[in-house]
Design a protein around this ligand. Structure first.
Ligand code: ATP
Ligand code: ZN
Length: 291
């Protein structure tokens, strides 16, 4: 058992699909620590926080029980474990869905046809709840992995499994019937974390940083030079340039414009900005926007 030393504990997936993004988020938040998969926990040098490396399936329960104060885990796992935790915020990575699928040649066309059939899954609780809500009685075959091969082995007629790109489904000749759950990684907290004022203060400080990094997602900082006379036209080209920072340059009649811009918009407008008189356009990444 880890002692309650007033330090915040955040559980992240030790090794898997969420690990790199979870570490990336903590680093962008300015937390310095050595992360080793083999060690259970990594103390942070510049913040009263320890990073616990766990299997993702264990994270909701550990946060619920207070072994960790915070956790980063998929909504799919939080829901399946029916963990009593508070979801503080979605994190914008680890997107996936829990999908009901059948073999390409299956006579099953809609979820109604699943009546009396066998459905293989590693998400029995979520599936049970879904079927109950739809009024469909079916047999749930609980597996611990490799659900996609269950129909081939004839242990199931359908499967309920996580997909993100659909590649696995296509590779195994599966046809999706219906999405059961849309999921992404979330930051969860112990329900009593706010009772300890010291810890609450730490959580709040961390949350400001996390929100700052979420705000910055998909955004770039753009700077350009232009003649003063071109400024009204440049402002028309992109909505976000409505209130750019306009800085006079040493050269008479020239200004620098600074603005935040969505990265997907940038490529469209860059050429138009040039035509409208902008030059020396510089685009840099943004790590945080703290409102
Ligand atoms: P662990 O060893 O920690 O139990 P795991 O093998 O159960 O790992 P991963 O496959 O690494 O888990 O997936 C972790 C999480 O990533 C999932 O619970 C889900 O929230 C998310 N995820 C995103 N895309 C996918 C995908 N294509 N398949 C599975 N999970 C995905
Ligand atoms: Zn797992």
């Amino acid at each position: 058992m880890i002692s309650n030393n007033g330090r915040l504990k955040i559980a992240i997936q030790r090794s898997g699909r969420l690990t790199d993004d979870s570490l990336g988020l903590l680093r962008v938040c300015g937390l310095e620590f050595e992360f080793q998969k083999q060690s259970l926990y990594s103390p942070c040098r510049n913040f009263a926080l320890d990073v616990l490396a766990l299997r993702d399936d264990d994270i909701p329960e550990y946060v619920q029980d207070g072994v960790a104060d915070l956790g980063i885990v998929g909504e799919n796992i939080v829901q399946e474990k029916k963990a009593r935790v508070t979801v503080l915020t979605k994190l914008g990575f680890g997107g996936c869905r829990l999908t009901l699928s059948v073999p390409q040649r299956s006579p099953i066309k809609t979820i109604r046809n699943l009546r009396g059939r066998r459905i293989a899954t590693t998400y029995p609780s979520t599936l049970r709840q879904f079927l109950r809500a739809k009024g469909i009685r079916a047999e749930i075959v609980q597996l611990s992995g490799s659900v996609e091969i269950a129909p081939t082995l004839d242990v199931a007629d359908a499967i309920c499994d996580i997909t993100s790109t659909g590649t696995t489904a296509r590779m195994n000749s599966l046809r999706p019937l219906q999405t059961v759950l849309e999921s992404e990684a979330v930051l969860i907290a112990n329900k009593r974390a706010h009772e300890d004022s010291g810890k609450k203060a730490l959580v709040d400080r961390l949350l400001i940083r996390v929100s700052g990094s979420l705000q910055a997602k998909g955004k770039r900082y753009m700077m350009m030079n232009a003649p003063v006379s071109a400024v009204p036209r440049l402002k028309q080209i992109i909505p976000s340039l409505k209130s750019p920072t306009v800085v006079p340059l040493a050269e008479e009649g020239m200004v620098a414009l600074h603005s935040v811009i969505a990265e997907d918009v940038f490529w469209d407008v860059m050429e138009r900005l040039k035509k409208a008189g902008a030059s020396d356009i510089v685009v840099v990444p943004i790590e945080m926007i703290i409102k």
